[in-house]
Design a protein around this ligand. Structure first.
Ligand code: SF4
Length: 187
């Protein structure tokens, strides 16, 4: 029996020896990627406290397949959690480069999005998007753990729509790099 679903959906077919899932490989791969979203446990200021809370029992991000990793090499998502100073900018960039493709970035809170209340400071970067390409911006000072879970779910939605095989074969344009190697960091 085939369910009446649009062409891009996965369908379940009943066979003599059990069920079969039939559909585009992109959809299947994206389903697996989406439900194993690992975020990096890393923070630069007070928003990181909310980040730590996100893995706790109240918000329980694990139920969505989101778990933290303490190494960039096993993380899919970088969370810019906190104020980013110019001194830290190169460290943030290094961690981003150590993450495997395909990676995603969430700017958590007003500091990581725009510099926040420290925007006038000579020492603070005016937004994480000057260092790494950002996929999702979360407003708030700080955003609550629930907001961070929503941000992670937005990344899941983005993953779900990606033509994964085309992307893996480099057939899709790469995001614009805000801080290419050798360039000065924009102030
Ligand atoms: S947005 Fe608010 S809570 Fe987050 S790092 Fe900035 S000052 Fe701290």
């Amino acid at each position: 029996m085939t369910t009446d679903k649009p062409e891009r959906e996965l369908v379940v077919e009943a066979g003599p020896e059990g069920g079969l899932v039939v559909g585009p490989i992109d959809r299947l791969l994206n389903l697996a990627r989406k439900h194993s979203l690992w975020y990096m446990l890393f923070g630069t200021a007070c928003c990181a406290i909310e980040l730590m809370q996100t893995g706790g029992p109240r918000t329980d991000a694990d139920r969505f397949g989101m778990v933290f990793r303490s190494t960039p090499r096993q993380a899919d998502v970088m969370l810019l959690a906190g104020t980013i100073t110019y001194k830290m900018a190169s460290r943030v960039r290094l961690l981003y480069e150590q993450m495997a493709e395909y990676r995603y970035v969430i700017a958590m809170g007003s500091c990581a999005s725009t510099g926040g209340l420290f925007q006038g400071s000579y020492a603070v970067v005016k937004g994480g998007d000057l260092i790494v390409p950002v996929d999702v911006y979360l407003p708030g000072c700080p955003p609550r753990p629930e907001a961070l879970v929503e941000g992670l779910m937005l990344v899941q939605q983005k993953m779900e729509r990606e033509p994964w095989l085309k992307k893996a074969h480099g057939k899709l344009p790469q995001p614009v790099d805000p801080w290419p190697e050798g360039a000065e960091l924009h102030r």
